[in-house]
Design a protein around this ligand. Sequence first.
Ligand code: SF4
Ligand code: SF4
Length: 323
Amino acid sequence: MTRGLSMPGGRSLLVVLLACAAPALGQYDYHRPVEAAPSEEDIGGGYVTPAVQRPPPRAQWREAADVAVLAAALSLGAWLVLKRRSRNGLVALTIGCLAYFGFYRQGCVCPIGAIQNVTVALVDPHYAVSYFVVAIFFLPLLFAVLFGRAFCGGVCPLGAIQELVVLRPLQVPRRVDKGLGWLRWVYLALAIWFAALPAVSRDFVICRFDPFVGFFRFAGPLHMHLIGGGLLVLGLFVGRPYCRYVCPYGALLSLLSRISWRAVSVTPDKELDCGLCAEGCPYGAIEGLRAVRSSCVSCARCFDYCPRHRVHSPERSAASKVS
Ligand code: SF4
Ligand code: SF4
């Protein structure tokens, strides 16, 4: 069984608690965008105005703060995984980012969805994309070139919600895993194609079919909640199914992480080469006792599984001194 927080049930409970706290944490003040629209009284006949949902524009300093938080979280994630090799530290970061980017920002600091904004900006001269969206799109890609998938490891809320529910992961046969991985590229191509259509028929399919954003907002169509719930149930036994087989941004990150300057490595001089790490990786990212950059999501579980790290980890040393 994979380690992370000491109790898998505790992780799931935490996700549920965060979900329950979301309405209190949520910062959007949704309101009707068209104040001059006919009122219920004008229309009559028992008409009830539907709750139109559109967030008001966000102050620039808040958008800049989001970019700063994203950059800080990416840096911290890369440091925790590559330098400290600390699974516990990364789990704490994951929970913090799920709370901030997921439930507080309601899934709307989103490099995954920004694929579409950047696409439209490239094909439509009338479409303006803010510098903040551009920064949010490129920052995780830049980090992937430098340090591997730091965004997936501890920052992305979609990855986090799946990471925290991994309970008893099965190893997907490698050929099936690789075959299904191509679906991400198909989805990426479709998303770009729909975003590049003329404005009247344009569609942001990544946002429309985001399986987890409904949980973060406590809103959305029932079928998307069912798909998201289904993926989380599947994720109990197949690690991060959305990340591995659907996410179009994950496809880009895995491509860039192949050439990353630094990445997760399982090395004979730092680890034991006993094979326990391969057993502990729920994502099939260790082949021949070495981490495969394109599949590795920088979750640091393999380090937690290594007997050598457990002996030498600062957290465990401190705990043993106390006891
Ligand atoms: S693969 Fe996609 S959904 Fe998964 S953690 Fe990475 S960016 Fe997020
Ligand atoms: S090799 Fe596997 S367990 Fe280790 S960091 Fe990568 S995905 Fe996580």
